[in-house]
Every structure is written in structure tokens, then in C-alpha cells.
Design a binder for this molecule. Structure first.
Ligand code: CMC
Length: 392
């Protein structure tokens, strides 16, 4: 039974907007999200040419160094990534008994956490020592290289297959697709996938990046920060949405059932159509604009327009009824679906890309650190007397 307060509730210091909406929680030089005009920039560069003309390796270099690489810098950075792509065999042994009862995101979270045991340099980074940035950049490189091998290998373990080692002659995007399917992708598929990776790389203080920064700000190490971030990305309101978009399309089944499906979801209390709405964008998410274009292009090439046509119908209906727009997760689902990737790997793919942003933010946080520790607005009981067990 609830006890009556003996004094009124404590006066609150200040109330915070629910979900911290509209609160600026710190500075960053990594990405700028313009929610009013629907624009996104990495270190000042608009995302569209980065995605459509650049490469994911260039994008990662930019986020970690603040400038685009010249040809020699890019070559050396790409070689560094390739060199570090092997996952210690013990990690696969850790994962095998967990495969049946875990999602791919669960396995990824566990694997990244376990990888710290096989990194000889990580212990040194748990103190704010001189030279930490240099060591952490090497760890960042290692983790970015291995996350792709891990995600592809985890997918294969779930299929009852063996992980495949990365090749030293493929780009980051091509290597990932190769490690998933065992076949070298075509140039066109590689380009589309590379662009999708770039589009997901960074996005201000989104929930998982904020998690990574909060963890890093306690002076915890990179593996701890990225493990936090993976746990946060998995949720259905964040990265977990892209897989659910594909499940939704599968459930709708036919293009001419799309509108009725939307009406049904929206008629339910708190009904959510996955892949729509955004905390910051009040107009269309610019990443969705590029991904819609890519999904259309893929459709035209393959001649299979089912997912795309269904998506357009859903988009128009949600816009008409709720006035909200697709976010990055909506058309990325049809892009990955058209590349014949399994929906269960969609969110782990998001993690492969966003690891670059998480790492950029951890390095940035450690370079000028202060503990992140906001206050809570207490709205519970006022002070009251303890009641002995026998008297409750
Ligand atoms: N379907 C139906 N209605 C929605 C949706 C949606 N997907 N998103 C927002 N709304 C409505 C919501 O019902 C509310 O309407 P009303 O004022 O009439 O009650 C209004 O829009 C504001 O919603 P909110 O939940 O207060 O907005 P939020 O800023 O707290 O949430 C969000 C943002 C992304 C969590 C939310 O839009 C959502 O749940 N979307 C579906 C999940 C999704 O696609 N997540 C991916 C987010 S973007 C990329 C990423 O982070 O992975």
C-alpha cells in the first residue's frame, strides 16, 4: 500500500522538456542537423555529394580528422582499415553458444564488449594520459575495421554458416557485401551500399551518439562507449526502425493494401508507422530524399518495383493523414531489400556506419572532457518516515 507523504513533495528545481526536446547538450564539430530546412552537413560539407560522389572511407576520415583526405592520405587510411579487419577467433567462440537465443544486435553488443579483452592498448586509455588521443585513434581504426567483419560474420553464424575473412583488394562497402554473401558485389551495388553507409555515419546528438558520449565522459574506454551506443541504437524508435519498416512492407504484402494498412495503424491509440517522424526535422529528412532516389534507381534496374511502389503509397498516406515525413529508416529499408539483404541485418548495418560517428564523438569528448551529469527534476513523494516491515 502506498504511504501518505508526511511532507509535501519536494519543490522541483526546474522541469525539463520530456525527452529533452529542444535542449542543446554540448558542442560538436562533427555534424550539423538543420531541422528547419532539412539539411545535414558533416564538418561543413552537405551530405549529398559526400554520399553520391565520395566514398565511405573518405567520410570516416573526414569525421575523425575534420578535413577530407588527399589521395595519399586516403590510400594510407584505407590500407590501415584493411590491415585491422580480422576479428580474433576467440570472439566467434564467445558468440557461438549465444547465437540461437540472441538477435544480431545482441550478438554485436556482446562481441564489441568482448573485443576489449583482445586489445592490448585499451588499458592505457582508461586514464587521461598524454598521448591517449593517438592510442585511441589506433583503437578507433581497429574497431571500425572489425565492426564490418563482425556484423557480416554474425549474420552468417545466424544462418549456420562460417564467417568469411575480409579481402585486401576491396573497398569497405564491397568487402562488407562480400563477407555477407561470399560473392563480390557488382560495381553498382557497391556504389549504392557505399552511399547508404555515408548517409548513416553521423547525426548530431542522436540517442546512440549521446549514449557513447555519456559513457566516454566518465573516462570509460572506447569499447565501453561503443557497447553503450549499440544497446541504444537497437531500440525500435532509433536504428531498430529500419528492420521494422521491411517487416511492415512484408506484412502489407500488396501495393493496393498500403493505404488501408496506414489507416489501420493510425486508428490505433499510439499507432506508429515505422520510418516516419523525427525529433529534429520538421520537413523531410535529407537522407530520406537521397535514399528514395536510390530506391527508385534500384527498382528501375531490377524491374521489381513492389517495395518502392508500396513505400510511396505509404509515404503519401502518412503525409496526408499526419503531416509527417519519412526519416532515414524508411527508404533505407527498400534500398537494402532491393540489394537482397535480410531485414535482420538492417540495424547492424546501421551500426557499421554509425560506428564511425560514435568514434568521432568519443575522440571529440575525450579531447576536451567533462563528466556529463544533468540533474533530475524530482516529482515523487516528499520526505516521509521509514515504516518497519511488520507495520506495512
Ligand atoms: N507514426 C505515427 N505518428 C507519429 C509517428 C509515426 N511514426 N511519429 C510521430 N508521430 C506523431 C505522434 O503520434 C505525435 O502526434 P500527436 O501530437 O497527434 O500525438 C507527434 O507525431 C509527435 O510525436 P512524438 O512521439 O512526440 O515525437 P518524438 O520526437 O518524441 O519521436 C520518433 C520521434 C522518431 C521517435 C517518432 O517519430 C517515432 O516513433 N517514429 C517511428 C520510429 C522511427 O521511425 N524511428 C527512426 C527515427 S530516425 C532515425 C533513427 O534514429 O534511427
Amino acid at each position: 500500500m502506498t504511504q501518505a507523504p508526511t511532507t509535501p513533495p519536494a519543490a522541483s528545481d526546474s522541469s525539463a522538456p520530456k525527452g529533452l526536446e529542444g535542449i542543446t547538450a554540448g558542442d560538436t564539430t562533427k555534424s550539423r542537423v538543420d531541422g528547419v530546412n532539412g539539411k545535414l552537413f558533416y564538418c561543413g560539407y552537405p551530405i549529398e555529394p559526400l554520399a553520391e560522389e565520395g566514398s565511405f572511407e573518405e567520410c570516416v576520415y573526414l569525421l575523425w580528422n575534420g578535413e577530407l583526405p588527399n589521395a595519399a592520405q586516403l590510400e594510407s587510411f584505407t590500407a590501415d582499415l584493411r590491415r585491422e579487419s580480422t576479428v580474433p577467433s576467440e570472439i566467434w567462440d564467445v558468440l557461438r553458444p549465444l547465437v540461437k537465443g540472441s538477435t544480431q544486435m545482441d550478438l554485436l553488443r556482446t562481441a564489441v564488449s568482448a573485443m576489449s579483452a583482445f586489445d592490448d592498448e585499451v588499458a592505457d586509455t582508461r586514464e587521461a594520459i598524454d598521448g591517449r588521443d593517438e592510442i585511441e585513434r589506433r583503437i578507433a581504426n581497429r574497431l571500425q575495421a572489425r565492426i564490418s567483419t563482425l556484423v557480416a560474420g554474425i549474420y552468417r553464424l545466424k544462418q549456420g554458416q562460417k564467417p568469411i575473412a575480409a579481402r585486401d583488394d576491396l573497398t569497405y562497402a564491397a568487402n562488407f557485401l562480400y563477407m555477407v554473401t561470399g560473392e563480390e558485389p557488382g560495381e553498382y551495388e557497391e556504389r549504392i551500399f557505399d552511399a547508404a553507409l555515408t548517409l548513416h555515419a553521423d547525426h548530431g546528438f542522436n540517442a546512440s551518439t549521446f549514449s557513447a558520449r555519456v559513457t566516454a565522459a566518465t573516462e570509460a574506454d572506447i569499447y565501453g562507449a561503443i557497447t553503450s551506443a549499440i544497446g541504444t541504437l537497437a531500440g525500435r524508435l532509433h536504428g531498430g526502425a529500419n528492420m521494422r519498416v521491411m517487416r511492415m512492407l512484408e506484412k502489407v504484402g500488396e501495393v493496393d493494401k498500403a493505404e488501408a494498412f496506414v489507416d489501420d495503424v493510425l486508428s490505433q491509440p499510439k499507432g506508429r508507422v515505422m520510418g516516419f517522424g523525427h525529433r529534429v526535422y520538421k520537413v523531410e529528412d535529407p537522407r530520406a530524399t537521397v535514399l528514395r532516389r536510390m530506391a527508385k534507381e534500384l527498382t528501375d534496374r531490377t524491374g521489381n518495383s513492389k517495395w518502392f511502389d508500396m513505400s510511396v503509397k505509404i509515404e503519401n498516406r502518412v503525409k496526408d493523414k499526419k503531416g509527417i515525413f519519412p526519416n532515414v529508416d524508411f527508404y533505407s529499408a527498400s534500398v537494402y531489400g532491393s540489394l537482397e539483404l535480410d531485414p535482420e541485418i538492417f540495424t547492424p548495418i546501421f551500426a557499421v556506419s554509425r560506428t564511425s560517428g560514435w568514434l568521432a564523438h568519443v575522440l571529440e569528448q575525450h579531447a576536451d572532457n567533462r563528466l556529463i551529469r544533468p540533474r533530475a527534476n524530482y516529482v515523487g513523494h516528499g520526505e516521509r518516515d521509514y515504516v518497519a516491515k511488520a507495520d506495512r
